[in-house]
Design a protein around this ligand. Structure first.
Ligand SMILES: C[S@@+](CC[C@H](N)C(=O)[O-])C[C@H]1O[C@@H](n2cnc3c(N)ncnc32)[C@H](O)[C@@H]1O
Ligand code: SF4
Length: 391
């Protein structure tokens, strides 16, 4: 990556016209920490006095600074993620969206998503956020099997996630995602089948399914190290991915990114922006942004974030400028993960030659000038990218 010229300099940010522009808002609060999660989120005891009210005031101020820096940019997508955005309640999430709308014009067909944890939602919550202007909800379900949820330290019952999905649908949400985690120690193929059947019964238009990653420093990693549970096996994870892909595609949900399936028109436009080289501003502690050729990330703790804002500074921890080579590597890394595939014209001659070897190996197929991962290729996506990019 290119080294920034002056460590103290705040980058000059200018949106390049012609690509989608999004706003990501990071809500850094969780009621409890799930044993597998290393996201930038804090439980009450870890907040050191920081409060959701203080966070909202600081986020508003960051939005005002963003509007000053960028000028008038139309927002195509908003994604409120976490942490647990639903802990803000319907009022809090309505206030977040109003704060964005105060500072930026929203496209008439803007996609406005919030993540939510089933246990901090209700029928009223969904009605409130729907009438505030949210168009899409992403619920963390993870599994339909109580034993698996217990291993993941999830505090909701399997039924609550489905009930929340039904309440969101009743409130008028046509775009609904359920997150699943597969490969949890102790999960069987049959457990996964039960989870997928439950997801399909909820009639959602989007499913994200992630292989459980044992992140260093988490309670899960400590349990694995102590030998209390065994790390998910790669062959088992690959088999589960194939099962998921078969069951979801048979039900009309097609993969459009390696870990994401949707019905036609149900794709998450905000996330497609990340994968297609779009630009976005990340608001909140630890949020990342990418505008022009600059990628930056905010300070992580809510108190450090609020302090920077109090000092009327952008709450940036650091940034880097991407040169043409960095952008190329990033493009290949991200676009290969999409069902649309990698345009062959994007590759250098030697990359194209290396990519062509992956075709007879059954990892990529050529479709209309694009190289698309096969199902086996999707399982080995990282290795395929390495082979294409490097000798
Ligand atoms: C960080 S969470 C935020 C949303 C919400 N708090 C929740 O838990 O549903 C987003 C998603 O990331 C996934 N995730 C987080 N940590 C993971 C891990 N270590 N392995 C696999 N998936 C993970 C979970 O599926 C989760 O729903
Ligand atoms: S998985 Fe979601 S609810 Fe659990 S700790 Fe992470 S952000 Fe919070």
């Amino acid at each position: 990556m290119s080294v920034r010229p002056d460590p103290a300099a705040v980058p000059h940010l200018v949106v390049t016209p012609g690509t989608a522009f999004g706003i990501y808002v990071h809500v850094p609060f969780c009621a409890t920490r799930c044993g597998y999660c290393d996201f930038n989120t804090y439980t009450a005891g870890e907040l050191g006095g920081a409060t959701p009210q203080g966070w909202l005031a600081a986020a508003r101020a960051e939005l005002a600074m963003a509007a000053d820096v960028l000028g008038e940019v139309v927002v195509d997508t908003v994604f409120v993620g976490g942490g647990t955005p639903s802990l803000l309640g319907g009022d809090g999430l309505a206030a977040v969206l109003a704060a964005i709308g105060d500072k930026f014009p929203l496209a008439p067909d803007a996609e406005i998503t919030t993540e939510a944890n089933p246990e901090s939602t209700s029928a009223e919550f969904f009605e409130q956020i729907r009438s505030a202007g949210y168009t899409r909800v992403s619920l963390g379900m993870q599994s339909a099997v109580p034993r698996v949820l217990a291993t993941l330290d999830r505090t909701h019952s399997p039924g609550r996630a489905l009930e929340a999905a039904a309440q969101a649908t009743a409130a008028g949400f046509e775009h609904l995602n359920l997150d699943l985690i597969y490969g949890t120690p102790g999960e069987s193929d049959d457990d996964l089948r039960r989870s997928v059947e439950a997801v399909l019964s909820a009639d959602v238009d989007h499913v994200s399914a992630y292989a459980l990653v044992v992140e260093e420093g988490t309670a899960l990693a400590r349990r694995v190290r102590r030998g209390e549970i065994t790390r998910p096996d790669d062959d088992v994870l690959a088999h589960r991915y194939e099962l998921l892909d078969t069951w979801l595609s048979d039900a009309g949900l097609q993969w459009y990114e390696v870990s994401n399936w949707s019905s036609p028109g149900g794709e998450c436009r905000h996330n497609l922006g990340y994968w297609n080289g779009g630009q976005w501003w990340g608001v909140g502690p630890g949020a990342h942004g990418f505008v022009g050729n600059v990628r930056w990330w905010n300070v992580k703790h809510p108190n450090a974030y609020a302090q920077k804002i109090d000092e009327e500074q952008l709450p940036i921890a650091d940034f880097e400028r991407l040169d043409a080579h960095d952008r190329h590597v990033e493009d290949v890394l991200l676009r290969i993960r999409l069902r649309g595939g990698l345009p062959v014209g994007l590759l250098t001659e030697s990359e194209r030659e290396r990519a062509e070897h992956a075709v007879p190996a059954g990892l990529l197929t050529a479709v209309d000038g694009h190289l698309v991962l096969t199902r086996r290729g999707r399982l080995l996506a990282d290795a395929v990218v390495r082979d294409v990019l490097y000798d």
